[in-house]
Design a protein around this ligand. Sequence first.
Ligand code: SAH
Length: 248
Amino acid sequence: MMNSTKTLTRLYTDADLAENAPCALGSGPAHKLRVVLRAEIGDEILLFNGRDGEWRARLTDIGKSQAHAQCLMQTRPQTAENGPWLAFAPIKKDPLDMLIEKAVELGVAKLIPVITRRTENRRLKEERLSQQIIDACEQCERLTIPTLEPPITLEQLSAWWPRERKLIVCAERRDAPPLAHAVQAINGPVGLLVGPEGGFTDGELDAVLKQPISIAVNLGPRILRAETAAIAALAVIQATCGDWSTKR
Ligand code: SAH
């Protein structure tokens, strides 16, 4: 029985969740339940959809292309998770996988791929990234699903960025204040911008930093890989002005 351990399998569904609601699970979750977890009819799982909180549900049928479950009771109500946004230049596959997974775990609310002059990876597999986002949400017990925006250029990002959200630009080799100092003064929504492995060009950095909403920050004396920079900076943001800094 898969439910002998204390944590129940947690799956994302796009179906509405409510008491006694039947819920169809697609081929991905059905495969996971049948082949990976060897689940049986009658087993309990947890379901979430990003809207209706988290529900304990009982499996009523496990087929090859679909599985069904019935909601039993809500285990957690839906809460807002107003995490930081992350604008990132898509990097190579393995580091990008790492960046996406960790950004979800660290509570990012919106992922925005940004095409820069030196962007390495211009053909993003959006379906694959969306699945990675869901996998990470299932694993880290998030109740919300971060949105994945279509790729935009750095110029488009500057034009589109909401004026009330600070844009924290990771700028190595510039005379910028340390991130931890810079974020202390912020109260309100934030987003982080991290460049590609080759870095931003000087012109790109100048243009984005001309926006009144942008602030340049440094992440210490070493040059970090893009994914390291994103993960480390998100941890500092969450610990200083995000949901690691508020009492639960
Ligand atoms: N090739 C570039 C480094 C790019 S590092 C060079 O040698 O200058 C990739 C991205 O990570 C950068 O665009 C920047 O956004 C971020 N980054 C890495 N190290 C950083 C640091 N010490 N301070 C601020 N940002 C950093």
